[in-house]
Design a protein around this ligand. Structure first.
Ligand SMILES: [Zn+2]
Length: 303
């Protein structure tokens, strides 16, 4: 009886001990997971780390012409860079002195997308340039991409993907090899550049703010969302839209949120001078190769 009791007690103690230990471990991991990921990212990685990581992804992208064919058109690159430079005048973009915010164009008409690495290397596909109707919409997409870098969304996803152990070993054992490996993986699959719903909404919110001090219509992201929603129903663009939605999900919810922002901030209405449609299409027609099309409009027909 006493033995049984002792054993029971012992066993209970054993269970209690294990439960307590497990609880503490879960508490620790839980704290790690739920204390703002942004704060953890900020304490584990410096902005300079982000820039270095972006540079290594950029190098990797440039070494893979079969996957990423860089468009060598200096005039078009300069034009799009000038839009980014207008945006980075915003006082809300805090890391412009550290991050590069340099644009590269990828020659791929079938991909309607853009992405940004940690440290601010921005990539825009010709498919997106041709899909959009005006300079303000492109500015809105670029502002959204800048927000992903400013808010360090890729880093936060890296932290969850790497797990605590790998992060700690990377910190204790020297970061470069682990992070370099991660950079190669990102460039290889762009998997970590897929954005969560929360990241997307946050990037839209900040992107909207960055547009405030620019010459562009602040609500311009809605044009992009509306066009995606319309094209989602058209079979012609299914594949390209699918690729876009895989990295930038839920346009309906984002469109609603943007419409609310426009109302709330009493945004100055759109006009030819803040949408800049004529200038945009003229620039694209001038720079992109003849025989291709700007969203259904043959370039050669428009001179
Ligand atoms: Zn995004």
């Amino acid at each position: 009886m006493s033995l049984w009791q002792n054993t029971k007690y012992k066993n209970n103690y054993h269970v209690f001990y294990n439960t307590k230990l497990r609880f503490l471990i879960f508490l620790f991991l839980g704290l790690f997971a739920f204390v703002s990921c942004e704060r953890i990212a900020n304490s584990v990685f410096s902005d300079k780390d982000d820039l270095e990581m972006g540079a290594s992804i950029d190098k990797e992208i440039r070494s893979k012409p079969s996957q990423f064919q860089i468009l060598n058109n200096l005039a078009l690159q300069k034009y799009i860079q000038s839009i980014v430079n207008q945006l980075t005048k915003s006082p809300a973009i805090r890391k412009k002195q550290i991050y590069t915010y340099k644009v590269t164009i990828i020659d791929d008409d079938k991909t309607i997308n853009a992405f940004c690495t940690p440290g601010g290397y921005i990539y825009v596909y010709t498919g997106l340039l041709k899909f959009l109707d005006n300079e303000a919409s492109l500015a809105a997409v670029l502002a959204h991409e800048i927000a992903h870098a400013e808010k360090r969304h890729v880093r936060q996803r890296m932290l969850s993907a790497m797990g605590l152990q790998l992060v700690l070993s990377a910190i204790l054992g020297g970061q470069s090899s682990v992070f370099q490996e991660m950079g190669l993986q990102i460039a290889g699959s762009l998997a970590l550049l897929s954005n969560s719903r929360a990241d997307e909404l946050e990037a839209d919110e900040w992107g909207f703010l960055y547009l405030q001090s620019s010459p562009y219509y602040q609500g311009a992201m809605s044009y992009f969302f509306q066009k995606i929603a319309k094209q989602e129903k058209s079979s012609k663009f299914n594949k390209t839209i699918e690729s876009l939605l895989s990295t930038h999900p839920i346009p309906e919810e984002r469109l609603r949120a943007n419409t609310e922002r426009i109302k709330k901030h009493k945004v100055k209405p759109p006009s030819p001078s803040n949408l800049l449609e004529t200038r945009y299409k003229k620039e694209l027609r001038k720079q992109l190769k003849r025989g291709s099309t700007i969203y259904g409009e043959p370039i050669e027909d428009r001179g």
